[in-house]
Design a protein around this ligand. Structure first.
Ligand code: NAD
Length: 287
């Protein structure tokens, strides 16, 4: 199947990034969120980021205009009816994703592929609410999407070879490299990454070190581009907590218990960079 038109559901940090790379790659992109205004907000953010690329002479004004012309904010899922491929990137909540996949299945044409950008929720369970489980797949982009090279492709138990091949081909068209993971809690990336972040929060909770000690120690001591608490703020503490809960319940092993301090920060609304406060505080420009 030729993929030319793509729907992106959820225009938060990931959805906007996915819409950005798809439009730059020449696809027609329809963006939906809880309402059209939020979808448009996502597109406005993309316009600003594309302008920054033009200012730095890393993109031509014509390429920016072409990408922006391919991005359309729509009212909701019903407007995805002609899309060849849909990527869902709403909040990391299984009940929400399952309910939206039921609606996507009803609205989209029968041959369309439905992908989820979930960080950890089983693809098989999301696929099971649709009448097309062979055409449901995990397409896990990394944050920030325009910068990060990897897409983790996750096959649910019923995902077909054709769906996998089409998804890998699309990822390559977006300029990305793929790895394929089995549908197990956290897949590959978050099975390894999230326990490390959670352990860093425990180190803070137990007073082993300050935020700065933990981040500088891990950054310089293990040669990572940023410390785990900086990374947690960047990902979103609500997303980190949701992934730890999936690992904890999915594996049934107490070693994946989310740190109580992580839970408390989320309860306080300290979600990291996107809310202005997490382990660090941020200005309006996100710095
Ligand atoms: N943040 C990361 O680093 C990262 C990395 C990879 C994957 N993910 C995954 O991507 C997904 C989105 O994460 P994010 O960081 O962009 O979150 P976010 O909070 O920035 O964005 C979520 C978006 O979903 C929208 N939304 C909520 N309910 C909706 C509904 N009923 N209909 C339509 N839109 C709705 C919200 O309005 C918001 O714009 C999650 O599944 C997350 O696990 C996140």
């Amino acid at each position: 199947m030729t993929i030319q038109s793509i729907g992106v559901l959820g225009a938060g940090q990931m959805g906007a990034g996915i819409a950005h790379v798809a439009a730059v790659a020449g696809l027609d992109v329809r963006v939906a969120d809880a309402d059209r205004a939020r979808a448009q907000q996502g597109i406005d953010g993309i316009a600003k980021r594309l302008q920054r690329l033009v200012d730095k002479e890393r993109m031509t004004p014509a390429a920016r205009d072409g990408a922006l012309a391919r991005l359309v904010a729509v009212d909701g899922i019903a407007d995805f009816k002609d899309c060849d491929f849909v990527v869902e990137a709403v909040s990391e909540n299984e009940a929400l994703k399952r309910s939206l996949f039921e609606q996507l299945d009803a609205a989209c044409k029968p041959e369309a592929i439905l992908a989820t950008n979930t960080s950890s929720i089983p693809i098989t369970r999301i696929a099971a609410v649709t009448r097309r489980p062979a055409q449901v797949i995990g397409m896990h982009f990394m944050n920030p999407v325009p910068v990060m090279k990897l897409i983790e492709v996750i096959r649910g138990i019923a995902t077909s070879d054709e769906t996998t091949a089409a998804t890998v081909a699309l990822a390559e068209r977006l300029g990305k490299v793929t790895v394929t993971a089995r549908d197990m809690p956290g897949f590959i990336i978050n099975r390894v990454l999230m326990p490390m972040i959670n352990e860093a929060v425990y180190a803070l909770y137990e007073g082993i070190g300050t935020v700065e000690d933990i981040d500088t120690g891990m950054k310089l001591g293990t040669n990572q581009p940023m410390g785990p608490l900086t990374l947690a703020d960047f990902i979103g503490l609500d997303t980190c907590l949701a992934i730890m809960n999936v690992l904890h319940t999915g594996m049934g092993d107490t070693k994946y218990r989310p740190c109580p301090l992580l839970q408390q920060y989320v309860d306080a609304g300290w979600l990291g960079r996107k809310s202005g406060r997490g382990f660090y505080t941020y200005g309006a420009d996100g710095r």
